[in-house]
Ligand binder design. Structure first.
Ligand SMILES: [Zn+2]
Length: 311
């Protein structure tokens, strides 16, 4: 609730002070805070604790997201593990990128057909159904080319092949910004997508912005994007995924999440927002390696505890 203490001039000053606080201070401080945070926190916190902290927005007190705008680069690539992740996580960003006339592409890593046995379809029939929905969504986002479908049945078994395919796409398209699921996302395929991307980026010589998007949970947001002018296109993209939407209403839940994130900016400044965890290429590669090592040691500790409990 607002406190009325003065006339229009006072309100105007208050408004600008609030904007200054929300935008300018954020710009001034968040980069250094972010670096400190990367160095001190992500390196040695147990992965499970880090994931819990991220889900609970624990970092909101000291990582203040900076507003970003399209275009995000001359050539953007969205790395999507499954058909629908590209719309849920960064559909708004993708639509805004194409609205500026800048290049954008999608690479789909997995065939999206896990659990096909219960559907009455073959694995390849389910893949084709979901790929077609993804083609329609790409059109709705204003992309001139369909997504590039790699159709791997298992990402963990396809690390070498998939990372080489992603590297070739990044090199061929001179990609300078990549969207990928947030590194601590709850779905194992989404975490594998990060390992695949990090391997690919090791063989790229230029800097690439990496932006981690939200699908199965919250990210640690250090950048925020207003998507008010792309929300209808994003809704159209989400509606294309009829198969996934029969299990979970992703259109409704995603639009709701984007509406919730509008709180990151001042009242009247934003209705819908996407949040990302942005990190440059070199730091990203290191971070993926550290979280991989942390995941491995957490898994080993868990296995030891379980075997002790059994004995
Ligand atoms: Zn997914």
């Amino acid at each position: 609730m607002a406190r009325h203490t003065g006339g229009p001039a006072h309100n105007m000053i208050y408004y600008y002070l609030r904007r200054l606080y929300r935008l300018v201070f954020a710009l001034a401080y968040s980069r250094t805070q972010f670096k400190l945070f990367l160095g001190a926190s992500l390196g040695d916190i147990n992965q499970r604790m880090l994931t819990l902290a991220s889900e609970a927005d624990y970092f909101a007190g000291f990582v203040r997201p900076v507003p970003i705008q399209a275009p995000f680069g001359k050539s953007v690539l969205v790395v999507a593990p499954h058909q629908d992740d590209e719309a849920i996580g960064c559909g708004g960003a993708l639509c805004l990128q194409t609205q500026t006339g800048s290049a954008a592409a999608i690479v789909m890593l997995q065939d999206g057909a896990d659990g096909f046995e219960t559907t009455g379809m073959t694995r390849s029939q389910l893949t084709e159904l979901r790929n077609e929905e993804s083609r329609q969504a790409a059109k709705a986002a204003g992309l001139t080319e369909p997504p590039i479908f790699l159709d791997h049945a298992s990402l963990s078994d396809s690390l070498a092949a998939a990372s080489e395919q992603v590297r070739a796409i990044i090199a061929g398209r001179k990609v300078d910004a990549v969207f990928v699921p947030f590194i601590l996302d709850a779905h194992p395929d989404h975490r594998w997508a990060n390992i695949i991307l990090a391997e690919a980026l090791k063989n790229i010589t230029w800097n690439v912005r990496v932006l981690g998007y939200e699908v199965w949970g919250m990210c640690i947001p250090n950048v925020v994007l207003v998507i008010d002018t792309a929300i209808e296109e994003k809704r159209k993209m989400l509606d294309c995924f009829k198969w996934a939407n029969t299990a979970v209403d992703y259109t409704n839940s995603t639009i709701g999440l984007n509406m919730f994130h509008s709180r990151m900016l001042g009242s009247g400044l934003c209705r819908y927002a996407e949040r990302f965890f942005e990190i440059p290429r070199q730091e990203y590669i290191g971070l993926v390696e550290r979280t991989r090592a942390s995941a491995a040691s957490s898994a080993a500790a868990e296995a030891a505890t379980n075997s002790q409990a059994r004995n």
